[in-house]
Design a protein around this ligand. Sequence first.
Ligand code: BGC
Length: 453
Amino acid sequence: MKEQKVPFLNASDFGEDFTWGVSTAAYQIEGGHDADGKGRSIWDKFTDTPKMIHNEDNANVSCDFYHKYKEDILLMKSMNIDNYRFSLSWTRILPYGIGTINAAGLDFYNKVIDFCLENEITPWVTLYHWDLPQILENKGGWTNRQIVTWFSEFTQVCANAFGDRVKHWMVLNEPMVFTGAGYFLGVHAPGKKGLKNFLPAAHHAVLCQSEGGRILRKLVPGAQIGTTFSCSQITPYRQNKRDKKTAIMVDALLNRLFIEPALGLGYPTIEAPILKKLQPYIQPTDMEDCKFDFDFIGIQNYTREKVKYSLLVPYIRAKIVKASKRNVEITLMDWEVYPPSIYNMIKKFGEYSQIKKIIITENGAAFKDTIDGEIITDLDRLNFLKRYLSEVLKAKQEGLNIHGYFVWTFTDNFEWAEGYFPRFGLVHIDFKTLKRTIKESGKWFSQFLSHKS
Ligand code: BGC
């Protein structure tokens, strides 16, 4: 990417009560995959499966946050970051998914939470960021309706253990991605495919999303409870009737499927008729039970997608046209750099009158870094952040319902099926020595945050 003209940004323009932070996920950073009684998750198994992950990488060690959490939290503090979103590894806490609690697992998160608080960093905890216990997957995982009971137990344990100090919670991270990539396309753990897996997994995720919210509400006084959704602006590839209709259908699947039942709007079956096939999994009181009055909704935006009608694609008759085939600016993920997408998503979610508050819980980009000794230059990432942030500011200045922004991500980490190849961090990790070095983008963010008021 060429150097872009980027507007000058001032954190104080977002207002004093705007929340700034960074986001991470347990499996992507912790390592310690079998440390101190941790059980095996679907990602531990999936990364052991040949040909599923770029370069056959795994996150057995990753950034070793499990042992280096103090160093990372201190680094965050030195960078003026005062909100930290991270997730809990279910099998560190409940090695068998349910039942026996692993005291060492609780201890680890207690230490992380306490160290954040000691350093005046507010912990924002995501209960589930994709690392289901393998033992539960052996019983069908998200396709088994019993997941609602399993997930409720996990939620209760976490709420009781950490709720005295953690007041910001997110129930699920991107249900569309973990059910779509994990249970429809088979490219993420647990590698299942097809509608027969996807549909029950999706409905059960919707049930867990609200049930998790209710449990947190009951057990954690004063909690701010949210959940997070991936979202991308969906545009028709060609301006013809069929592509336009396809875009509306894909938008319903990718952007509306998980939020609308929570808001009491049901599934968007008119625009995405395929969702009528959810019916056999829906029990009489389910659509009531799917509702929950979240305090905030986290939206996570990286790109936009262009879609076209395609007779060749079964069920949905839609195809995403890859960004690399569209002659547009792209990141290492082959995602289009399209800053207005974040503004348009804030606007779109802002139109739901039931949503109390929107927070960008992830935004960021994978680009190649240039390493010269201690200087790590990542101008593309820096420009990406500034350009997307200026769209967030535009939304804020227009009075849209936007209250915070978290960068994905703090340090480089394990990027799921792409392994360690795409780096998203504000902080570089040398995966051989585990040395942390703040990149130019991180220095900029830190400087930016120093002018919040
Ligand atoms: C996920 C992260 C992931 C990031 C970049 C989001 O979909 O929540 O876990 O690393 O996007 O792909």
